[in-house]
Design a protein around this ligand. Structure first.
Ligand code: AQP
Length: 345
């Protein structure tokens, strides 16, 4: 992290996840586990369930509500404390959509055209994708800058969107001659910044992959987890003595990184422990570490999901606290841009 003394902005962490399908292991290791570490480091943390992002592709309304509550339960079951972190769903704080519009007018079409996630998600049928999917990175910049967040923990796939957030902040500050929005730092760290599919080591693990066998869901039971790791695609070689030996073995490297992140070890230490052993030994050991870590989270999620009214109460309370930070920043943005605000307070 940058030295806070170098910046006029108070250190504040913001990040979010879309409530689509079930949370998968990549979301947990690349994002949620690190959200918890940052909360526990004492820095102010704001964590969002980005339901406005989710609807950039079609969501059944009842499924969206359920996925929103389930994601809140996953956050809390993984160790986010709604008293220490601000935890809420995006649509309850109108400033996200309002600031996104301003940023739509700052960002350039050429910048959006370079976004690889849009190309991946829209696929060959880009003409038919929603305008929201195209403008997604501008809403993401608004999510972050609405809180003057200085640090954003994410997986590696979000790096390009964070660079765009920095570009938007820089252009806004320059166009209006202010030093108003911080130039946010991405925090992409750890052994599992890009967890790959269990079926294809060249594709990232994803909630929306049509193959359920490609990912571990946080809701999977112990048998399912063991079976998915057993069937994970690998080569026939034993594990090497050093990390160098994994260079051209993406599937093996992925499993080593997952083990390291789950067991809070370095990938070097994992290779050191399993050097010369085959996957017949390594996969069951990996399943055991995964079940140890994930089974208590799944159990706690089930307990929390039994009381949806309490989850909604937590999200409402978080939204109030988020709005209290966001509103003055949005008002100041409108003043900078030249919008008249004459309604009585
Ligand atoms: N495979 C991954 N490895 C490490 N980090 C990952 N993240 C996602 N996949 C991996 C991180 O999880 C956070 C939330 O992601 P999101 O749900 O907002 O969108 P996404 O990146 O598009 O994740 P998915 O699982 O692939 O969702 P769908 O399939 O719905 O699009 C981000 O910090 C992301 O980096």
């Amino acid at each position: 992290m940058t030295d806070p003394a170098q910046s006029k902005f108070t250190p504040r962490v913001f990040s979010g996840i879309q409530p689509t399908n079930h949370l998968q292991l990549g979301n947990y290791l690349g994002a949620v586990k690190r959200f918890v570490e940052m909360q526990n480091s004492g820095i102010e943390t704001v964590y969002c369930i980005v339901d406005l992002h989710a609807i950039t592709v079609w969501q059944d309304p009842a499924d969206l509500q359920n996925a929103t509550r389930e994601l809140a339960a996953s956050y809390i079951a993984s160790g986010l404390d709604p008293k220490r972190s601000i935890l809420f769903n995006q649509s309850q704080v109108p400033g996200h959509a309002q600031l996104a519009w301003i940023f739509n007018c700052v960002a350039r079409v050429g910048w959006m055209n370079r976004m690889t996630q849009f190309k991946d998600k829209a696929g060959k049928n880009a003409e038919n994708a929603s305008l929201g999917l195209y403008a997604y990175p501008s809403l993401m910049a608004a999510d972050i800058l609405l809180y003057h967040a200085t640090h954003v923990p994410v997986g590696e796939d979000q790096k390009q969107h964070l660079e765009l957030t920095r570009d938007i902040a820089t252009k806004f500050n320059h166009d209006f001659g202010v030093d108003f929005f911080p130039i946010t730092e991405p925090v992409i760290e750890g052994a599992a910044t890009r967890v790959m599919s269990l079926r294809d080591g060249s594709k990232k693990m994803s909630k929306s992959d049509p193959s359920d066998a490609s990912r571990i869901n946080l809701t999977d039971d112990a048998d399912t987890i063991a079976q998915k790791f057993r069937k994970a695609r690998t080569d026939a070689e034993p594990l090497p003595e050093t990390l160098d030996g994994l260079k051209d073995r993406p599937e093996a490297k992925n499993l080593v990184n997952i083990y390291a992140a789950l067991a809070d070890m370095s990938p070097e230490a994992v290779v050191g422990e399993f050097a010369g052993k085959g996957f017949g030994t390594f996969k069951p050991a990996l399943a055991e570490v995964a079940v140890d870590k994930l089974a208590p989270i799944a159990g706690e999620m089930k307990r929390l999901m039994a009381d949806p009214a309490e989850i909604d109460r937590i999200l409402g309370d978080g939204a109030d606290r988020a709005d209290a930070i966001a509103r003055p920043i949005l008002d100041a943005t409108y003043d900078i841009v030249g919008m008249i605000r004459s309604r009585p307070a």
